[in-house]
Design a protein around this ligand. Structure first.
Ligand code: FAD
Length: 476
């Protein structure tokens, strides 16, 4: 582990003041704490020695570069922050340092003639989605955190979130090039301006899904995706295993994989439907959104999916023709998590279990039973389960009661990540959304071994010889 110089916050603040325009720096205690919180803070509190020295809000790449050069020279840790919504602890800092908030790096140019958009990492995903949709394009980043998460955070995780990989691919498949500030302060530009991606070594691929280890992404060039026609469907199941079998069948029978194929277990579905004023659903459900060049093509795909799913013994499945009904069902999915938290009067713990196609039903069973043998989780029983079942992903959710002690909640979260690792190891899979290190470092070691971990660390050293950028991503 790198050794960092310890500084008097006042000295760092004064030196940054001399370096940056006023709008690019906040030294307020509130902002410093606020920019160091993560969604699991209730179980992972910040101590005094972890409070950032300052929050830098650069408005340009040149300002990012200046801060990195300064920090590298002084060996001060730098934490890049999109919106701090990482669910595996990537936005939890264990050292004091400088936080670079990307919020003001929010330029946008939609270049229709060249078929790409260039933008800064600081946009909230929803902002960028709305801007692209106005011009007739789809943004292939669709997280549950769409209103808050930054596009830089998503691209750093290479997560397309709800979108099914086998239909839409990952951000990596759309990113043509990046502007990156290296930990030493140099600015590099990767990739191409053409729609033909480079063959061979292309450093773009190191930074997309780079876990915040190698550089600060300050500019993104992404191929635009023309908007398509859509059709929708829903299916209800009396038990979870049949829902998993229906999805297996979609793959095995080569039915068209939809853009979105989401799952809610019966408990979550009931709460979520109630909130949206929808009739109480029977059992668990999957909802699906297929796309095509024409309405007929999208509808044909939905019909094919409904027919395929109906081969299992299900309650019912149908195409949804009423757009309002679809929007309500989709909103039920999107708003489920906050409402179960409210109902359970506590804070959530969420993990990400990924299956193979063949074992999806077994994996569902394992996920339902993830509390077994775990002393803290057993107090809560079966998790709520939702997720991107089309992408073979389940999110088991625990609501840790507000009146539990911090230690007890922390233990619950630890057990949850332990079980996540155990199940993913069983199926030879890895998390496809949030990144590989932070709370998942033990899993990475277990899954890929010491040699691969050593290689990752060596690669980091090449880019970041003083280990100042996001040093807490490695947790060993
Ligand atoms: C309620 C809720 C729902 C969620 N739903 C989903 C979901 O459906 N799918 C999904 O994938 N995730 C989901 N997430 C997790 C989270 O929103 C994503 O992981 C998101 O990608 C993180 O974005 P962020 O801007 O908050 O990143 P942060 O948490 O700020 O950062 C995450 C990591 O990225 C690094 N980073 C951020 N920006 C840059 C940059 N410009 N250059 C280099 N490194 C950078 C940070 O240093 C950090 O290591 C959810 C989170 C919540 C709280």
């Amino acid at each position: 582990m790198a050794i960092y110089s310890e500084y008097d916050p006042k000295i760092v603040q004064d030196e940054l003041k001399a370096l940056l325009p006023e709008a690019a720096l906040s030294t307020s205690y509130f902002e410093r704490i606020n920019n160091a919180l993560d969604p699991y803070t209730s179980s992972d509190v910040i101590t005094q020695d972890q409070v950032p020295y300052a929050v830098v809000r650069p408005g340009s790449t040149a300002e990012v570069s200046q801060v990195m050069k300064y920090a590298n020279d002084k060996k001060i840790p730098v934490f890049v922050r999109g919106s701090g919504t990482s669910l595996h602890g990537a936005s939890k800092y264990r050292h004091a340092g400088i936080v670079i908030s990307t919020r003001r790096l929010n330029h946008l140019n939609i270049d229709k003639e060249n078929g790409y958009a260039e933008f800064g990492p600081g946009h909230r995903v929803l902002e960028l989605k709305t801007a692209l949709e106005k011009e007739g394009y789809f943004l292939p980043l669709v997280p549950g955190s769409i209103r808050v998460a930054s596009v830089g955070g998503m691209i750093n995780n290479n997560s397309s979130a709800h979108a099914v990989d086998t239909c839409m691919g990952k951000p990596r498949d759309y990113i043509l090039g990046l502007e990156v500030v290296l930990p030493t302060g140099e600015v590099i530009e990767t990739g191409t301006k053409g729609l033909r991606r480079p063959a061979g070594t292309d450093l773009t691929q190191y930074f997309v899904g780079g876990d915040g280890l190698l550089g600060v992404i300050t500019g993104i060039r992404m191929q635009t995706v023309p908007m398509f026609c859509s059709a929708y469907g829903v299916a209800y199941f009396s038990d979870e295993i049949t829902a998993a079998k229906a999805v297996q069948r979609i793959y095995l029978e080569k039915a068209p994989v939809p853009l979105f194929l989401e799952y809610l277990d019966s408990r979550v579905a009931k709460i979520a439907y109630q909130i949206q004023d929808l009739p109480e659903p029977e059992g668990s459900l999957i909802m699906f959104h297929a796309i095509g060049q024409t309405n007929d093509e999208a509808t044909h795909k939905i019909n094919r999916l409904v027919e395929t799913i109906q081969k299992e013994s299900i309650i019912e499945a149908h195409r949804i023709e009423d757009l309002d009904e679809w929007h309500k069902i989709w909103l039920a999915r999107e708003s489920a998590l906050p409402y179960i938290c409210q109902g359970g009067k506590g804070v959530f713990g969420l993990s990400e279990v990924v299956s193979t196609v063949k074992d999806l039903d077994k994996c569902m069973e394992d996920t339902k039973n993830m509390h077994k043998g775990m002393p803290t989780l057993e107090k809560l029983g079966e998790p709520y389960i939702m997720g991107h079942i089309g992408a073979l992903t389940f999110h088991p959710v625990y609501i840790f009661p507000a009146d539990w002690s911090e230690e007890e909640k922390a233990k619950g979260i630890e057990e949850m990540f332990f079980k996540e690792a155990e199940i993913n190891t069983r199926y030879g899979t890895v998390g496809g959304e949030w990144g590989q290190f932070a709370k998942r470092t033990p899993f990475y070691l277990q899954r890929y071994g010491k040699e691969m971990y050593r290689l990752v660390k060596e690669i980091k050293k090449v880019f970041d010889p003083n280990g100042i950028l996001n040093p807490d991503i490695f947790r060993d």
